[in-house]
Design a protein around this ligand. Structure first.
Ligand code: MN
Length: 250
């Protein structure tokens, strides 16, 4: 997959997400990996692995689990530009409208000789070296078991449905990593703080547009409240300073 599908879904005059330049092979340098916690219509975790100058991407609704007994559904989505790996912020409207957090970031290394072949086979084993996720993992394509779409073979034959599984090693365990380490590795912010701190021009209209889920709607309300408070706070301090100046000047 190249970036056509990624670009077709987005209007880059209206989203802070990168359009992506021509794919550039990273000669010899470590391969980037990241997990972006994305609250859009639903909360999910986007797992991205650099390959041939783009980011292979899977949306994992429940997020990664360190427990080898837990298989997490991972929907293969369109490749993303390499620059996307640093993105954190608010997508004000359109596709994926919501809040994106840099939940984990680091490098990855395939445990297979040929990544393209592994993707074709639907069995990609790899090592992660992030802040939160480390050690050996596998992404394995399902034959459609355990999915609502399993009743519709055509829908299931698209090969988008994979499972993300931790291999047993020194980095596996019972710790619920999404609960234990919920914040950004880039800014140490939570989703509400990222939303409240972001001030794109479109924020003036009040909130990210498009179809937003109830969790995002609630977060927007809280962040808007936080924002109103800080604006009022600034106005009050400006007002006090003005009075002081007038008094001393008069
Ligand atoms: Mn996403």
């Amino acid at each position: 997959m190249a970036l056509e599908r990624y670009r077709a879904k987005r209007d880059f005059t209206r989203t802070p997400e990168p359009a992506g330049s021509a794919p550039q092979p990273s000669a010899g340098s470590p391969l980037l990996f990241c997990v972006q916690k994305h609250l859009a219509s639903h909360l999910h975790y986007d797992v991205r692995l650099e390959h041939h100058g783009v980011l292979l991407s899977w949306a994992v609704p429940k997020g990664p689990s360190l427990d080898p007994a837990v298989k997490r559904l991972a929907m293969r989505v369109e490749d993303h530009p390499l620059e996307y790996g640093d993105f954190e912020g608010v997508i004000p409207e359109g596709y994926g409208a919501g809040v994106v957090m840099q939940w984990d970031h680091g490098t990855w290394r395939p445990e297979v000789a040929d990544v393209d072949e592994a993707l074709r086979k639907g069995d990609l084993k790899f090592q992660l070296d992030g802040y939160k996720l480390k050690g050996s993992w596998v992404l394995v394509r399902t034959r459609g078991y355990g999915r609502r779409g399993a009743r519709a073979p055509a829908e299931d034959g698209d090969g988008r449905s994979w499972l993300l599984i931790k291999h047993r090693d020194e980095w596996s365990g019972a710790l619920d990593i999404t609960e234990f380490a919920p914040r950004s590795v880039k800014s140490d912010r939570d989703l509400e703080e990222i939303l409240a701190a972001d001030a794109p021009a479109t924020w003036a209209s009040g909130r990210p547009g498009g179809q937003i889920g109830t969790a995002l709607a609630a977060l927007v309300e809280k962040a808007a409240g936080r924002r109103r408070q800080s604006v009022v706070g600034r106005r009050e301090s400006v007002g006090r300073a003005g009075k002081t100046r007038r008094r001393s000047g008069g």
